[in-house]
Design a protein around this ligand. Structure first.
Ligand code: ADP
Ligand code: MG
Length: 453
């Protein structure tokens, strides 16, 4: 007969070994663990507890129905059995219909059918409650079609640990961080040409500019800086900058140059019958220019009335670049602590041209509204909830109409400075860039010959 104590110890040892194995598996290869075990258990748990969770989060309704029923009632008082016909009110907990949750890389996703009278906003309002009920990091709500919502659940915050800047390998495209759903956060100037990057001090704006500098430094592009805080931010990157403006006079001169360059490129494209520089043959295509602006408010603020004309000129020039730059390979990345309508109508117009929006933690609600408000009110709420202790976290919105919570990689200044020095030889000189590419003597037949070549 086996010794019961031995059996107990054997079982305990076996359980301990099993738990250790599971822990190790989860720790070392979370993905396979999640797909094969964790996800399956979660899916079952979510399905089984859905009625309770939905009720607790206020997502079910007590539906009252009037049933026309025949209820036999034995009334024994007189000894006669009566059958009474009556209406009866029945309350039902309606469980919102849920599809089978599908595990994703960082959690799961499930489609739920809305009950009558519900709108996706009801789920968005309950997202925080759902996240607590399920013990997960976040629940995001989308509504891909009428009557349905998709709940995208992230189990752990994927934005915590980031350690390297991966190369994108494509022109004008930089992987700058990670999105909340675990996918890379990409800034691609060819898809979204102009960006607005808002955030309070210490929120991570300059860090993002550093990443762009590191990402673009090795590419055949020209980088131009506007740094009206006396050049303290961008001067160290001088070796890789084709031009840098640090005060108003320099800004005006640089903007004039950029506009002249744009008009020249326009002439070149027109002569070659191209709609934009990308339709030109490679040999003829001018170098793309990325313009980094730090603290845009400085360009719009005036100390006294005498600066009024200069500010108006700056504002118009920036706006022209934003309107036409895309086709002619001039892209804007505009950073600012405060982006408010009080800076003048030029800012609002500039914003309208910047389809890429990044909103770090901000101090004033107006900046968040200006940056994201015209896209999606829910993004605004999320932007205002960014805590101060996570610099680099931002709400990102671009042309696809979706917005995401994201976190940038951390790139220290000295790394960006080193990248600027390492790739200094790739810096096109400003004279070279601004030299007319479409001189009058290049006739259309010459261009046609070049195009044929
Ligand atoms: N993604 C990030 N991860 C970790 N730390 C970051 C990140 N982005 C910025 N930081 C840190 O936060 C601080 C402020 O960043 P910075 O980019 O200078 O902010 P801002 O330009 O908005 O004032 C810096 O010390 C920087 O090292
Ligand atoms: Mg800064």
């Amino acid at each position: 007969m086996p010794d019961p104590l031995n059996m107990l110890f054997g079982t305990l040892a076996y359980l301990a070994a099993l738990l250790t194995a599971l822990w190790t598996w989860r720790h070392w290869h979370y993905r396979s663990y999640w797909l094969l075990l964790g996800g399956v258990v979660t899916v079952i748990r979510v399905r089984l507890t859905w009625r309770k969770v939905a009720l607790g989060c206020g997502l079910t309704k007590k539906q009252h129905r009037w049933w026309f029923t025949v209820v036999p009632r034995a009334v024994a008082s007189t000894g006669i059995v009566k059958v009474r016909r009556r209406f009866q009110r029945v309350a039902v907990d309606v469980k919102p219909w849920m599809w089978v949750p599908r595990p994703t890389r960082h959690g799961w996703r499930v489609t739920v059918r809305l009950l009558e009278g519900q709108v996706p906003a009801d789920y968005a309002d309950a997202a925080e409650r759902l996240a607590h009920a399920w013990g997960v990091h976040a629940v995001r709500v989308f509504s891909p079609r009428r009557g349905r919502v998709v709940l995208a659940v992230t189990i752990r915050d994927p934005l915590i640990r980031l350690d390297r800047v991966p190369a994108s390998g494509e022109l004008l495209k930089v992987v700058v961080g990670a999105l909340e759903n675990g996918r890379p956060w990409v800034i691609d100037f060819r898809t979204v040409p102009h960006w607005l990057n808002a955030g309070a001090t210490q929120s991570g704006k300059s860090n993002l500019a550093n990443i762009l500098l590191v990402g673009l430094a090795s590419q055949p592009v020209a980088l131009v800086g506007f740094d009206l805080k006396g050049g303290v931010e961008f001067t160290p990157y001088g070796p890789r900058l084709s031009a840098l403006a640090t005060d108003r006079a320099e800004s005006l001169a640089l903007l004039d140059d950029l506009i002249a360059m744009m008009l020249d490129r326009m002439g070149l494209c027109r002569a070659a019958g191209a709609r934009n520089i990308w339709q030109l043959p490679a040999g003829l295509r001018p170098v793309p220019v990325v313009v980094l602006v730090d603290e845009v408010a400085e360009l719009y603020l005036m100390a006294d009335k005498s600066e009024k004309d200069d500010v108006a000129r700056t504002s118009t020039a920036l706006l022209r670049i934003a309107q036409l730059g895309r086709a002619f390979g001039i892209y804007l990345f505009v950073c600012g602590q405060r982006i408010g309508s009080d800076l003048g109508p030029g800012v609002t117009a500039l914003r309208a041209q910047c389809s890429g929006r990044i909103c770090h933690r901000v101090n004033d609600p107006e900046t968040a509204t200006m940056t994201l408000g015209d896209l999606d009110p829910a993004a605004l709420v999320s932007a205002r909830a960014i805590p101060a202790d996570t610099p680099g976290v931002a709400i990102v919105a671009s042309q696809d109409g979706q917005w995401y919570r994201a976190r940038s990689f951390h790139v220290a200044e000295h790394i960006a400075e080193q990248a600027a020095r390492t790739h200094a030889h790739l810096t096109p000189s400003w004279d070279e860039l601004t030299a007319p590419q479409h001189p009058a003597e290049v006739t259309t037949p010459d261009l046609a010959a070049l195009l044929d070549a």
